[in-house]
Design a protein around this ligand. Structure first.
Ligand SMILES: Nc1nc2c(c(=O)[nH]1)N[C@H]1C(S)=C(S)[C@@H](COP(=O)(O)O)O[C@H]1N2
Ligand SMILES: [Mo]
Length: 528
């Protein structure tokens, strides 16, 4: 009789105990996010663990995640973290039912993981980064202790005479309900705080008026933008411009408080520039195609925009910097962003006359937050990870021997000029066009060198010249088209480009790591 009762009760209490664990985890996260919002949003446990996971993810998996989830990769990661936390939280609840102190003490163990992750981030600033996770975990532990206390407390004999569940059901429900409410409130408050911080950044962006460029972009020739359905437009709108970065939370930088420090080897006149300082300089406007090294053959991580900014070489010269070819001691420029990302660029490339810039505008507006507001770097001809630092705040002149930036530490190449590539935008893979003339069209790029020729092959037939759109500059991609007389059946369309140096795009397949994918893009279609 007694045994039966205990077993039944234990089972009966299992569900509320697991719920207590979940609630405690929820409260811990909510309190942690609130503390983070007050001290440092990036130090919140979900962001920190997610960021630390990104830092430690092998390049192959990261590529896979970007490929399969696209820009949603970060949402999927965060969702995964929350789900993965749920199970142990419930287990701790059950453990606490038998060993109240031990179960409650398990919660801070997770806090330590969160704190460790936050402190390991490249942008960590010290112990404050540990604070959100630790305070949150403490709150969670206390809550679990209290809730389990309600669960194991005996009801007053008068309240529920003969009640089989020997626990203070009312006390538990009240405590659990209050905890859920308070946690939701804390979470909402935290989110509100973070949002209001973001408002300063947004307000400062809204207040920016970009001055006209002293050196406007060359007019885009009339024939540079073909009107073919399905082809990538010559100018990629900001809204659809690809985004690749490690930031789980997009940095929200107030342009009025923004500073750029320039220092390091061979910097005879170290500088700290304000946003206003930049706007007061001569601005250049250029059309530049930006490419990500992670882009697979035929992939989407390439876009062309009209950028406006300050010539980086001028700023460096003002600081006394000389390129190695003029006897300068630094061969690597390391750009650092507000979120601790580091990117290394050859000083020689930045100062060789190309339009390397500190960009403040993109397609006629201040940089979107996602694309680096208020200031980012751009160097035509180099993949983004070795040149295009978003949310930049520091430029250090150093050497390739002395410092490996973020991606180089993760086995990507130190130097990475963009490889010649071409892509079929239309028809799409597995399209079913009708027999007759089918417009095959797409884009090709070889920044700095320029595209000289694009050829298309149907199945194993001969290479045939595609029609090239007019070239805007050698730093922009070039559209091409090819009217194909399609015959019924399955066909493979393949494209290859040749750059202005006369070198055809290699057919040798290479993965993106370490210095960019190579190979020809093919699309299989069925004509019927
Ligand atoms: N701060 C910061 N800057 C960054 C990155 C990043 O992760 N953090 N990613 C780089 C990479 S890999 C690329 S390809 C470009 C992409 O720029 P976009 O997102 O504006 O297209 O930004 C570069 N600048
Ligand atoms: Mo990239």
């Amino acid at each position: 009789m007694v045994t039966v009762r205990i077993t039944g009760t234990t089972f009966f209490r299992g569900a509320p105990a697991a719920l207590s664990g979940l609630l405690s985890g929820y409260a811990a996260l909510a309190v942690a996010e609130l503390v983070a919002a007050a001290v440092r949003p990036e130090a919140g446990p979900v962001t920190a663990v997610g960021g630390a996971a990104i830092d430690r993810t092998p390049a192959g998996v990261k590529d896979w995640a970007i490929r399969n989830f696209g820009t949603n990769d970060k949402f999927v990661l965060q969702l995964g973290i929350v789900i993965v936390l749920g199970l142990p939280a419930m287990a701790l609840g059950l453990l606490a039912l038998r060993h109240r102190r031990l179960g409650a003490a398990g919660v801070p163990a997770f806090g330590v993981v969160g704190a460790g992750a936050a402190m390991s981030r490249p942008d960590a600033t010290g112990l404050v980064d540990a604070l959100p996770s630790l305070v949150g975990a403490l709150a969670g532990a206390v809550l679990l202790y209290v809730l389990i206390g309600r669960l194991t407390a005996q009801p007053s004999p008068a309240s529920e005479p003969g009640a089989e569940a020997g626990w203070d059901r009312r006390g538990f429900l009240v405590a659990a309900g209050a905890a859920a409410l308070a946690s939701t409130g804390a979470g909402a408050l935290g989110r509100g705080l973070s949002t209001s911080r973001g408002q300063d950044a947004l307000a400062s962006r809204a207040a920016v008026t970009l001055p006209g460029p002293a050196s406007p972009a060359a007019a885009v020739p009339r024939g540079a933008a073909l009107r073919i359905p399905g082809i990538s437009p010559f100018v990629t709108p900001n809204r659809t411009f690809y985004r690749v970065d490690t930031a789980l939370v997009v940095p929200k930088v107030d342009a009025m408080r923004w500073r750029l420090r320039i220092h390091g080897k061979g910097v005879t006149r170290p500088r700290t520039l304000t946003f206003q300082n930049l706007l007061e300089r001569e601005l250049i406007e250029r059309d530049i195609t930006l490419t990500c090294v992670s882009n697979e053959v035929g992939g989407p991580y390439v876009g062309n925009a009209r950028w406006i900014g300050v010539r980086l070489a001028d700023v460096l010269r003002d600081a006394g910097v000389k390129p190695p070819s003029k006897g300068g001691p630094a061969d690597q420029l390391v750009a650092r962003s507000v979120d601790g990302m580091t990117l290394g660029t050859p000083v020689e490339a930045v100062m060789d006359g190309r339009d390397a810039m500190l960009a403040v505008g993109m397609n006629g507006e201040p940089l979107p937050l996602d694309h680096g507001f208020p200031v980012r770097m751009l160097v035509p001809g180099l993949y983004g990870y070795v040149s295009a630092c978003k949310w930049i705040e520091d430029i250090e002149l150093t050497t390739f021997d002395d410092f490996d930036p973020y991606w180089v530490k993760r086995d990507w190449a130190r130097e990475a000029p963009v490889k010649t590539q071409s892509r079929i935008d239309t028809p799409k893979p597995f399209a079913r066009p009708k027999p007759g003339t089918v417009m095959v069209a797409g884009v090709a790029w070889a920044q700095r060198r320029g595209i000289d020729r694009v050829e298309v092959r149907v199945d194993d037939g001969p290479w045939k010249q595609a029609d090239l759109a007019a070239e805007a500059t050698t730093d922009t991609w070039r559209q091409w088209s090819f009217p194909w007389e399609a015959t019924p059946g399955g066909h493979t369309l393949t494209v290859r480009a040749t750059d202005r140096t006369g070198r055809p795009q290699t057919d040798k397949r290479a993965r993106p790591i370490p210095d960019g994918a190579s190979g020809w893009h093919s699309v299989v279609v069925t004509v019927d």
